[in-house]
Design a binder for this molecule. Sequence first.
Ligand code: NAD
Ligand code: WQD
Length: 346
Amino acid sequence: MKVLVTGGTGYIGSHTVLSLLEAGHDVLVVDNLANSSRESLSRVQEISGRTAVFHAVDLLDEPALREVFARNSGTEGSHSRIDAVIHFAGLKAVGESVSQPLRYYHNNVSGTINLLRVMDDYGVRTLVFSSSATVYGESNPVPYIEKMEIGANNPYGRTKEQVEDILSDVGAADSRWHIALLRYFNPVGAHESGRIGEDPLGIPNNLVPFIAQVAVGRREKLMIFGGDYDTPDGTCLRDYIHVMDLSEGHVAAVNHVAQKAGVFRWNLGSGIGSSVFDVLHSFERAVGHELAHEITGRRAGDLPAFWADPSAALADLGWSTSKTLDQMCQDHWRWQKNNPQGYTTA
Ligand code: NAD
Ligand code: WQD
């Protein structure tokens, strides 16, 4: 297939571009580089020996997006037609979404509406969307299953929920659409080569990138947000998933929905809850020594514990995770150690 990947220079996108190229698909990438570097695709090319065609386009610029589809429409003088889109492009920082809600709704929701309009006009109606476990909100029991009522508790999460609603309505209105809503849990790790990985701008919001920057000497110590939760060691439990397991989940999902019309929802997680201390100790094993840390107050909005029931993805896609928490930390550490300043060292 010829797959257009929005957000394909970003963290999960670049790993998925690699998996798609390795699975024999042709890949086009659209990204505005708001939170990523083109260097990621050069590294993907170096690993795979294949090239993804890059377009520096913002999804909010509908004419520019339309031009990419026109150039790949299979009509005379254009390249072969796009078969499917995997849509990663979006802003993803929860705290920032609270202080800049309009920017988040505009980018994530309006950007997706532009994409859907252009896809529809060009008859490309197979879409895999990056949703998030955050849509399950605060009131659901664990493990999360796809049929639960959703209700996110922050603007970022509500952009995901709104896009899920839009896609459900689009699929209900026109049976020619083939749509997968993938609810990711906590993606971490890097490709085992250590050549591509997560490269957050500024102070990392997420646990593993923060620990990695402590380990490489860019931050003094990890602040653990709360040690008095009602969990086995007092810290929150999350479902960490290796980014390569996640990227392979996308390949499985796009292959599946390409053959099947409708709107489908799948959790992509391991089904295992790991605590902040589990992650810290696993990372310490990867590094080979202890890392400075301190328990501080709880972070607003954090839930004590959540993880996926991933059985639907196994049943429908034949997909499940294979990598352990130790492999996630070893691979994340290899990337961080070899690229202490991320892609800017390139
Ligand atoms: P990322 O920031 O590394 O990648 C997102 C990419 O989208 C970036 O390269 C950015 O430049 C691009 N982008 C943003 N707005 C754009 C626009 N208007 N036009 C074109 N490009 C645009 O993030 P990631 O971690 O790879 O996440 C990918 C997707 O998965 C996001 O939609 C995110 O919300 C979702 N997700 C991420 C996580 C996570 O913890 N990383 C968890 C669940 C869901
Ligand atoms: C994990 C655990 C923190 C940082 C977020 C988004 C979610 C999804 C994935 C996109 C929690 C603790 C963290 C630190 C810490 N993204 N922690 N010190 O909050 O589960 O999910 O990323 O869809 O929407 O909310 O992930 O990595 O931020 O936190 O103690 O410096 O680590 O309290 O228990 P989270 P996280």
